[in-house]
Design a protein around this ligand. Structure first.
Ligand code: NAD
Length: 509
């Protein structure tokens, strides 16, 4: 997680990179070429560090998506027919180049999104790990199963599904896009990627790096643009066989409707309102560190953030007092300063949303322990961390995904109460349990309605494990070759007779 350069060095890296983007509009990358929009449309992109205009970005329309989908369609047969070994070699070369340029990627991501360098340096490296992990599985991706019966040998095999669309959000854009794109490419699919309009730059770097590493033209295409134009057109395009989407639950629902006429296969990683449950018998020191980390890292703009702290009533006051001290000590500042823990939030609209929960907390009867009262310049993208206590689970601060450095604490009495509060939400992405009692940990983990549970741990990813949510938090799972490849591949069964079975005779004379 440590950034290894100084503030000045990161500023210099970012300045150097952003100068490249400032002169001409940031272009799409279609069929191996940086490409402007066919109609010349652009939108402007601003940095949350100081509100400064970073540059114009090509704004993809239906015609640009069509060009990218055609390129992906044209490249599919050749790419999916290559041996898994060859796909592995190229994807590992992509990983090598990501590592080489990790500092540039991280610095660009900070300036573009406001995420801090202490987390973005690790996120860039994780992008490379995603490529390496799926590259290593590429040689086995086409393998199937043998299922003989009395009269037939049955065997299955898998093949890349076709050109697929990947639509990503702005919170940790580089890492998240590699988590989708790497398995798709390893499976033999070709990709059209539509990054979030608030964070376009690192996607452009990824396309450039992948092409330089030897990915053939048309295999990875990037179309910049707005959700309602470029995103929508991608979900409706008849050549695109599937959409892997990461974003808000309400957008997922729109994509489901948009993709219906062309029968899109869909994979959704959506929002969360994840509980962290701290029992009185937990290692409270470690629990406190994890509670802090899981909501105040990544600016709280994290789908798996534990934004609801359920804490046992017997330890509530002491735990919250210690938490309050730590929240007050958080360092808010420039995202490229390695000392900064919370950077600016991505966009004025998002800042306004996050700030609005201070008033909502008070209106609903909670107490604003940290974050209330300080004047926050409405023009600034910086939002002070907030901590709300005295909340009940029906309040808006306990039910709605705020997606910022904001934690709501709720006391509970016993295990049954904790489980009931934890499950009382429309979301079901992740849950965190802190207890010293192994049986209790197992019981609560069994009873929580969520896709991923961590016991006595913050979110630590192990790439083979299934990633995804229940309820409004998603459809499907990523991870490991079985989960990700299942989505990006088509399975075929071949049944060959031993010539021993009976064939009913019709129309006998
Ligand atoms: P968003 O849904 O607003 O946008 C995500 C992407 O969808 C963007 O690229 C956007 O342009 C595109 N889009 C918007 N409307 C579209 C449409 N009609 N058709 C096609 N594409 C469209 O989400 P966001 O605000 O960028 O990201 C924050 C959300 O992402 C949060 O809810 C967060 O929980 C979620 N998220 C989930 C995970 C996960 O793994 N579950 C991970 C990260 C973020």
């Amino acid at each position: 997680m440590a950034a290894n350069k100084s503030y000045d060095q990161y500023l210099e890296t970012a300045r150097h990179q952003m100068e490249r983007f400032a002169d001409t509009p940031l272009l799409h990358f279609i069929d191996g070429e940086p490409t402007p929009s066919i109609g010349g449309e652009v939108f402007e992109n601003f940095s949350p560090t100081d509100g400064v205009l970073l540059g114009a970005v090509a704004s993809g329309q239906a015609a640009d998506i069509d060009a990218a989908a055609q390129a992906a369609d044209g490249a599919f047969y050749e790419w999916s027919s290559r041996s898994g070994k060859e796909r592995k070699r190229i994807l590992n070369a992509v990983a090598d180049l990501i590592v080489e340029r990790a500092d540039e990627i991280a610095a660009v991501e900070c300036v573009d999104t406001g995420q801090t360098i202490r987390f973005m340096s690790a996120a860039a490296i994780r992008g490379a790990e995603n490529f390496r992990f799926f590259a290593d599985h590429a040689p086995d991706a086409n393998n199937g199963r043998s299922m003989p019966d009395e009269h037939h040998v049955n065997f299955s095999s898998r093949r890349g599904l076709g050109p697929v669309g990947v639509i990503t959000p702005w919170n940790t854009p580089f890492m998240l896009s590699t988590w989708k794109i790497a398995p798709a490419l390893a499976a033999g699919c070709t990709v059209v990627h539509k990054p979030a309009e608030w964070s376009p730059y690192s996607a452009a770097l990824l396309a450039e790096i992948a092409f330089e590493a030897g990915l053939p033209a048309g295999v990875l295409n990037t179309v910049q643009g707005l959700g309602e134009t470029a995103g929508k057109a991608l979900t409706e395009h008849p050549s695109i066989k599937a959409i892997a989407f990461v974003g808000e639950s309400s957008t997922g629902s729109m994509i489901q409707a948009q993709g219906a006429p062309t029968l899109k296969r869909l994979h959704f990683e959506l929002g969360g309102k994840n509980p962290v449950i701290v029992f009185e018998d937990a290692d409270l020191e470690r629990a406190l560190d994890a509670v802090m980390f899981m909501i105040y890292s990544l600016n709280g703009e994290r789908c798996t953030s534990s934004s609801r702290l359920l804490v046992q009533a017997s330890i509530h006051d002491e735990f919250v007092a210690r938490l309050t001290e730590r929240v007050r000590a958080l360092k808010v500042g420039h995202p490229l300063d390695p000392a900064t823990e919370i950077g600016p939030l991505i966009h004025p609209r998002h800042c306004e949303k996050v700030r609005s929960y201070r008033a909502k907390a008070e209106e609903d009867g909670a107490t604003v322990i940290v974050g209330g009262g300080e004047p926050t310049d409405p023009e600034s993208y910086y939002v002070n961390p907030m901590l709300f206590t005295g909340a009940t689970n029906d309040m808006r601060i306990a039910q709605e995904e705020i997606f910022g450095p904001v934690l709501t604490t709720i006391p509970f009495d016993d295990e049954a109460d904790a489980v009931s509060l934890a499950n009382d939400t429309e979301y079901g992405l992740a849950g965190y349990i802190w207890t010293g009692d192994t049986g209790r940990a197992q019981r609560v983990a069994r009873d929580l309605d969520a896709g991923m549970i961590w016991v006595n741990s913050q979110n630590v990813r192990h790439l083979p494990t299934p990633f995804g949510g229940t309820k409004a938090s998603g459809i499907g799972r990523d991870g490991g070759p079985e989960y990700s490849f299942e989505f990006y591949m088509e399975t075929k069964n071949i049944s060959v007779a031993y010539d021993t079975h009976t064939i009913p005779k019709l129309g006998q004379i």
